[in-house]
Design a protein around this ligand. Structure first.
Ligand code: NAP
Length: 289
């Protein structure tokens, strides 16, 4: 994974911090992380707290969030727990109200909570809820939360939002239509929001992440042990928070995006062959957990 848009200013600031030992730009800032109870979100919460941020932990499982908070506090950091189901609109509105009351404004937001579904369309004809539930948590939840926090960010003339998306938005991989479409919707929303908030110094990073070994990928036998660690990705999220690039992509997905543009039929053929050659997991066929 590499930073595609690394402004010279961000690069210079990073070098200067390294040379002078100056604190991270996250030091003393309020960073809200959704899906902080496990996987990438949990690792990001720990990494962000190590940079001196006050971390606001959001997910449904309050007990798991409290464990993350305890780990952060044990290491000398600061964190608060805000349990919330992001698919519950009024609960998201209440989260926004509580956070604004507690902090005035949230400086950084990591839209990480999400769910993935890997299932062929021919197993999805009678499962419209696969489209609805991916949109609920991967698009409507983060958009509602972002829209709630955006006015205070714009008013204080500072804010940054990092979206944990998937490299699938560039590759457009078969078996992931509901999931990737919901992530692509958030990708586009954020790019436009960044344009509208440009002069208020509120910025967005779309991270198109490759496969990571977490609870999310565990049911897919084909991915077992083949992904990045959540800790590796968390360090990249921290870097995206500090440097505020527009996108964080992988070289492979960038290359495939170009292939999709210059030779779309050939690219479809390649993906169709790959689709035929790979099976749906037992879980996707309804035979596993
Ligand atoms: N793993 C990969 O290969 C991979 C690749 C690219 C992108 N991603 C993205 O990375 C993000 C994190 O996934 P992960 O791999 O770390 O999986 P994970 O360990 O399963 O984490 C998912 C997180 O989302 C939270 N969540 C799920 N539904 C929620 C809801 N309705 N409301 C609030 N929180 C909810 C979960 O917490 P609770 O259950 O406590 O609510 C959990 O903390 C996801 O957006 C995923 O799409 C993952």
């Amino acid at each position: 994974m590499k930073l595609i848009v690394q402004t010279p200013r961000a690069a210079a600031a990073r070098v200067l911090r390294r040379v002078t030992g100056a604190p991270s730009p996250l030091d003393g800032r309020v960073v809200m992380i959704t899906g902080a109870s496990s996987g990438i979100g949990r690792a990001t919460a720990l990494a962000t707290a190590r940079r001196g941020a006050r971390v606001v932990l959001v997910a449904r499982r309050a007990d798991a969030l409290k464990e993350v908070r305890a780990e952060i506090e044990k290491a000398g950091g600061a964190a608060d727990v805000f349990p919330c189901d992001l698919t519950d609109g009024p609960a998201v509105d209440a989260l926004v109200a509580d956070a604004l009351e507690a902090y005035g404004a949230v400086d950084y937001l990591v839209n990480n909570a999400g769910r993935s579904i890997r299932r062929s369309l021919d197993l999805t004809y009678d499962r419209f809820h696969d489209f609805e539930r991916t949109m609920a948590v991967n698009y409507f939840g983060p958009v509602r939360l972002t829209m709630g926090l955006l006015p205070a960010m714009r008013a204080q003339k500072f804010g940054h939002v990092v979206n944990i998306l998937t490299w699938g938005v560039q590759i457009k991989a078969p078996k992931f239509a509901p999931y990737i479409a919901s992530k692509a919707a958030l990708d586009v929303f954020s790019r436009i929001a960044g344009r509208e908030a440009f002069f208020d110094n509120v910025t967005f990073t779309n991270m198109r992440v490759s496969t990571v070994d977490t609870a999310m990928t565990a049911p897919t036998e084909a991915y077992a042990g083949r992904g990045l660690s959540p800790e590796t990705v968390a360090e990249r999220v921290v870097r995206a928070l500090e440097d505020r690039p527009l996108t964080v992509n992988t070289l492979f997905a960038d290359a495939y995006e170009v292939f999709n543009l210059v030779a779309p039929r050939l690219s479809d053929l390649g993906m169709a062959i790959a689709h035929r050659a790979t099976k749906d997991s037992a879980a996707a066929r309804g035979q596993g957990g």
